[in-house]
Design a protein around this ligand. Structure first.
Ligand SMILES: Cc1ncc(COP(=O)(O)O)c(C=O)c1O
Length: 354
């Protein structure tokens, strides 16, 4: 039998980005919402399912959904691009504005998929470093932008996995200096005290990415979007696969937005719970970073991070093991869960660190 053709050479050395799906009682590893959507949302969706024309392709441009998302943020539907999770939004941005011969810039440590998806799309990745406390000063950012001349500069606010917000001056300085698009990933934007979404304009270079996976309790539905200049959205629509958003997902996204008040209430509760978790962690022998997201990064001071992670799994608590990630030696990341889940995590962690 002849040997099968291997995958592309440039993919050979790339590791995947996956959090292990371990069977445990308390799952605090992927920053999902701890609760399902409100029952009234499920009822409305079931009702809507009866009206879906399953024998027809969906509305290719997802006009109603995009108009509803636009209205939520004070934009027109033409300024919204929606896709299967914000990861697909990022991929479409990279397919459209990246590619061989163009470079993107990321500031490490940050969300690993910015660089990962860039490489999959054949886009070279340049990196610059955040400081020791994972902050990014305006000068550092601008020097890097001038050096790299990126087609896309990625910022992430709040940043995953550190939880820190990008400094407002840094975002403004990058927008002013960047020759290409500035993509601010706000997957956790609703949990933070400030956002860049209001700064998007049709004649600017700013794109803000959001997701239904966290605040809207819809990680299973895979729906994300960006607010961007209308001309950028038009380009993205040319590149993404036809009919990429199925009718059920379009309906789910549209209906979810009717529950904005409930979701705001949940976000407020999670932010309060984040405060309680941070206070409890501050009493333990761990370093903790201030978070504007629905997760907290921490580093056990006297114990190996990977050992602590395993000891937590042995107690049926799963957090994200970042301990082998560059710059994050020994760090773990915990998602804010329900008070009961967080108590279970804290009890297990106290036991492990005792
Ligand atoms: C910073 C950031 N961006 C994007 C995503 C992707 O989210 P999704 O594809 O579920 O919308 C995540 C998910 O964890 C994230 O942390």
């Amino acid at each position: 039998m002849s040997e099968r053709l291997p995958p592309r050479d440039d993919l050979a050395l790339m590791a995947g980005y996956h959090s292990p799906q371990v069977d445990v009682a308390v799952r605090l590893n992927t920053n999902e919402a701890p609760e399902p959507p409100p029952p009234a949302f499920i009822e409305a969706l079931q009702d809507e399912l009866g009206r879906v024309a399953f024998h027809r392709y969906p509305d290719r441009e997802a006009r109603e959904l995009r108009a509803a998302i636009g209205e939520l943020h004070g934009f027109r539907g033409e300024q919204v691009f929606a896709a299967n999770g914000s990861n697909e939004v990022l991929q479409t941005l990279l397919l459209t504005y990246g590619g061989p011969g163009r470079t993107v810039l990321v500031f490490e440590p940050t969300y690993a998929l910015h660089a990962h998806i860039a490489r999959i799309t054949g886009t070279p990745v340049a990196t610059a470093e955040r400081d020791e406390q994972f902050r990014l000063a305006p000068d550092t950012a601008v020097v890097a932008v001038r050096r790299v001349k990126p087609a896309i500069t990625f910022l992430c606010s709040p940043n995953n996995p550190t939880g820190l917000l990008e400094d407002a001056e840094t975002v403004a300085a990058v927008i002013a200096a960047a020759p290409g698009l500035v993509v601010v990933d706000e997957a956790y934007g609703q949990f933070a005290p400030r956002s860049s979404i209001g700064d998007v304009t049709d004649d600017g270079n700013l794109v803000v990415v959001r997701t239904f996976s966290k605040t809207w309790s819809m990680a299973a539905a895979r729906l994300g979007y960006c607010v961007a200049p209308a001309s950028v959205v038009a380009e993205l629509e040319q590149v993404v696969l036809p009919y990429h958003l199925d009718s059920v997902k379009q309906a789910a996204g549209r209906l979810a937005l009717r529950f904005e008040k409930e979701m705001d209430g949940r976000v407020a509760a999670l932010v309060e719970e984040r405060g309680r978790l941070a206070l409890a962690l501050a009493d333990l022998p761990v370093d903790v970073w201030p978070s504007g997201a629905n997760f907290i990064l921490f580093r056990p001071r006297a114990r190996d991070g990977a050992d602590v992670w395993q000891a937590l799994v042995d107690r049926s608590v799963l957090v994200r093991n970042c301990s082998a990630w560059p710059r994050l030696e020994g760090c773990l990341r915990v998602t804010v869960g329900t008070p009961e889940e967080d108590d279970a995590f804290l009890t297990a962690l106290r036991e492990v660190l005792a």
